[in-house]
Design a protein. Structure first.
Length: 252
């Protein structure tokens, strides 16, 4: 358990240095850590009219978040897997990307770091735009296709119509297209030299690089779940539904 009394008098710089996640929690409450590094937690909370205990409770709650394992996800039916992936998409778009964009656009540094930030200010918005487009495309094509397969399986389409649907835009072709997006952050990784910074680098840059690297790790896990769990399950579902529809047509 964290001690709220001890934390309230600590500078934001120390709190964030001790636990980088605290920077994201502050952002969640509308506070940019890099603007108040020398202020105490109590001073910042007074300024933003936030109860410091609520901040600390949120930090503890984030520490307890546990993602399901690949094995656990494999055991669930495909609709649960889709729901989980949709939830992660929402988290990326509504929480992680705004936090990263806020840092890229707001951090002030000098020297070589200023040059890197200037490049990131050009590159990162383009990445965000492409990433959000990819998410929308995935949800509108892949997730909707899976829902359509389930509707066919439950008998909501006439067999002739069902066969036409099944023979167009197969899941397998979507899977190949999806693999082309699996290394979306390669440009940012190269620009940041694999997210490497020397020990004397500014705290704000260390947190930015750490969050960018963590986001890339999340994307890799997310893409792996889609490539190794979602698409195989969807392909299998499509095969079974097609077999069922063809059997119905032949029996008629």
């Amino acid at each position: 358990m964290l001690d709220p009394k001890k934390m309230q008098n600590k500078p934001i710089r120390d709190l964030v240095s001790d636990n980088y996640v605290f920077a994201a929690v502050l952002h969640y409450f509308g506070i940019d850590f890099y603007q108040y590094e020398e202020s105490s937690l109590q001073e910042v909370c007074d300024k933003f009219k936030v109860n410091p205990n609520h901040l600390i409770e949120e930090l503890e709650a984030w520490a307890l978040i546990k993602e399901p394992t690949r094995e656990e996800l494999f055991l669930h039916p495909i609709e649960i897997l889709v729901a989980y992936l949709k939830k992660k998409h929402y988290f990326f778009v509504r929480q992680e990307l705004p936090f990263l964009s806020n840092m890229v656009g707001g951090i002030k540094v000098s020297g070589d770091y200023a040059g890197i930030l200037a490049d990131l200010k050009i590159m990162f918005p383009l990445f965000v735009e492409d990433f959000i487009h990819h998410i929308h495309e995935e949800e509108s094509r892949v997730f909707n296709r899976i829902k359509l397969l389930q509707d066919i399986e439950s008998g909501q389409f006439a067999t002739v119509d069902a066969l036409k649907i099944l023979e167009s835009s197969p899941i397998a072709s979507m899977a190949h297209a999806h693999e082309d997006h699996d290394d979306e952050m390669v440009g940012i990784r190269k620009l940041t030299n694999g997210y490497f910074l020397p020990e004397e680098a500014p705290l704000s840059m260390k947190i930015l690089y750490n969050e960018l690297q963590n986001f890339e790790k999340e994307l890799i896990i997310h893409a792996t779940i889609e490539d190794e769990l979602l698409f195989p399950k969807a392909v299998q579902l499509e095969i079974e539904v097609l077999r069922k529809v063809k059997k119905q047509i032949h029996s008629n």
